[in-house]
Ligand binder design. Structure first.
Ligand code: BTN
Length: 325
């Protein structure tokens, strides 16, 4: 009941109309206080709701909600038919698909959500996921070539995110090894890949992508690194359903290309967008710090770091790279 009530309030607010607390309370046979609690919960999730005496509640900016049939229709226009689930509130789209492994999910299954209660970033960080503001999307793939295909997957995914954004907007995208997506030197999207499997057996992966679409003011202060969003970069609204479908399409295409031709076929594209190519960088591996020059990536997806004239591949998942100021 509370869930339906909350979802109905969200739908009513999304259109931008005033929503009367009294009318909804009467419809559901609940108290005004119960409605007020729901509104407060939505404000905590990042919705910018205000109240006008005698009129009711209104969203500061109307939002176009995610809609499964819009996403699948756009995908059909692109010639694809991935299974898509759209959730209003979820813990994490990655965790949701990982819980379904191995038998309750088919390769290519997509999970999207309006809000993540426990969105995860890399290195155990939280991914702040305000309601209806951004894109939170995960896709499950069974890796037909086993763990070897998992190498380079983060680069392949970053390229797919770049492809999708470029298809819809004239934004200059930079890619930061292994899997960050930047514009104007600020973070625009993040990628989190969860893997499960044995080196010689079946290998499953869930690719999670968060793209900043329109950061609500109330959440902006909580982000601890320079960020940007698509709306401010293009100076207008972005259709999140179209963005989701384009992203699914681009990711499927890149994954197929990697399977058929390997990462080597995408290196030129990567190097054209590499944020650090031929720049001085410092590399943090645990507590160890190495300085060198970034010489791009190799066909396994390793960062090529030049130190004292010698170029060495850097693998390892928990390595971070920061530009020297
Ligand atoms: C990063 O730290 O840069 C990675 C962020 C990944 C966030 C996305 S949002 C969809 C998916 N679900 C999660 O819990 N995380 C990923």
């Amino acid at each position: 009941m509370a869930k339906t009530l909350r979802e109905d309030i969200i739908k009513a607010l999304a259109s931008g109309q005033f929503v009367s607390g009294q009318v909804i309370a009467d419809q559901y046979g609940v108290s005004r206080a119960a409605i007020s609690n729901q509104i407060n919960a939505l404000i905590d999730m990042g919705l910018d709701i205000f109240k006008v005496r005698g009129k009711g509640y209104q969203l500061a900016n109307p939002i176009a909600l995610l809609n499964r049939s819009d996403v699948t229709n756009f995908l059909a226009c692109l010639g694809q038919d991935s299974p898509v689930e759209v959730h209003s509130i979820i813990d994490s789209t990655n965790d949701y698909l990982m819980r379904k492994l191995p038998h309750q999910v088919t390769s290519g299954q997509v999970c999207l959500a309006e809000y993540q209660k426990a969105g995860r970033g890399r290195r155990g960080r939280q991914w702040i996921s305000p309601f209806g503001s951004h894109l939170y999307l995960s896709v499950y793939y069974k890796l037909e070539q086993g763990m070897s295909q998992a190498m380079g997957l983060s680069l392949v995914t970053a390229l797919a995110v770049k492809d999708a954004i470029r298809q819809l907007a004239d934004i200059d995208i930079q890619l930061k090894w292994p899997n960050d997506v930047y514009a104007n030197g600020k973070k625009l999207a993040g990628i989190l890949i969860d893997l499960e499997g044995q080196p010689t057996g079946d290998c499953h992966c869930v690719i999670g992508i968060g793209i900043n679409v329109q950061m609500p003011e109330s959440m902006a202060l909580l982000i601890d690194q320079p960020w940007t969003d698509i709306t401010s970069l293009v100076g207008g609204k972005v259709d999140r359903n179209l963005l989701a479908a384009t992203l699914i399409y681009c990711l499927n295409m890149r994954i197929m290309k990697q399977r058929d031709s390997g990462l080597a076929s995408m290196l030129e594209d990567w190097h054209q967008h590499d944020l650090f190519l031929n720049k001085e960088i410092k590399l943090l591996t645990g507590s160890k710090e190495t300085q060198g020059v970034c010489r791009g990536v190799n066909e396994q997806g390793a960062l090529m770091l030049e130190v004292d004239g010698i170029i060495k591949p850097i693998y390892g998942g928990e390595v971070s790279v920061r530009g020297l100021s």
